[in-house]
Design a protein around this ligand. Sequence first.
Ligand code: PLP
Length: 391
Amino acid sequence: MQTKFKYKLAEDTIEKSEIRKLSKWILKNDRFTLGNKTKDFQKKFSNFLKIKNSIFVNSGSSANLLIAQSLLESKYLKNKVVIAPALSWSTTVSPFIQLGYDVKLCDCSLENLGLDINHLEYLCKKFKPSLIILVHVLGHSNDMDKILKICKKYNVYLIEDTCESLASKYNSKHLGTFGLASSFSFYYGHHISTIEGGMACTNDKNFAKIMASVRSHGWLRDFQVSEKKKILKKNKISEFQSKFSFFYSGFNIRSTEINSFLGLSQIKKIKKICKIRNRNFNVYKKELNEYFSVKCKTKPLSNFGYATLVKNRDKVYRYFTKKKIECRPVISGNIAKQIFWKKFFKKKIELPNSDLVHKFGIYLPNHANQTVRETKLISKEFKKIAKIKLV
Ligand SMILES: Cc1ncc(COP(=O)(O)O)c(C=O)c1O
């Protein structure tokens, strides 16, 4: 039987009033496939992030898949070697495996849970990759200064999986605006929600065009008129055929106007939500600093959940479950320990920090409906049972 938690890891950010507005709007309209609401949501999201292009898709996972395929179509890469974070989510890494990239896992930093800089540099020297993917974990930024330096030194593109870190900044710049492209998730319990949904963002105009087309079957309809004309002429395609001509090998991973309607309403609440998440994080930090303390320059922070390392994780989990407090592993631990990974890669890799987080990591609830009183109560219960795992 499933436990009903009183203190949940995440709660929905969509309110009843938003559903009522959406219902009214649905009754007044008759077509809900990609249209003006999506264009508006993409524009507003770009404005918020201060990025030039945003492409709305049906999940954060699809945003990663879209980026992985668009990179192949762009021909920007010198080879298919990619470095990906060991401490990440299955669909941060799996699109690259599915599309035949040669994926090398990088260990995590115990300072910020992002990429470990020494290991990253070692991998760059050894494998000469074209691409680095990182995850900004639980709202915390990677060490962007050092990572950008490595990208420059080894001539590699950067992709940021920002699915857990919407609205967090590094040196006054939004996470998800440092690399060639980035992904965001609007799944239930994320900073904002469109039920399911994700965004792929980029400042590169050509890459944005490729992503818009690959999102929609790979068709020509998202091309500028002049470019489309040139392609049609070169390939001797008639106007009659043009709407049904495909330039890229694409997917259909679009979302709908219904989800965009929610996105437009949710985006207005980001700042308020982040303030609460940050406030709760500071309460945790004061209470539980000794259990693990992330050191990074993220400012302001939009925390996703409070990460700790404990010796007796199963005991904490059982005690918390009894107390109806939800908790979980940090993302999903070390990807190299996941069953799907082991099916593809037989060789054991040394990833000591990710192993440590895999074995001892546990994260505590934080969401926009969580009060200071609840955060203190969770901290108090945690301190009663959890044994600190020193790094
Ligand atoms: C780091 C990371 N990347 C990608 C995803 C996938 O996002 P979605 O659930 O929208 O597919 C998640 C999900 O939480 C995540 O934590």
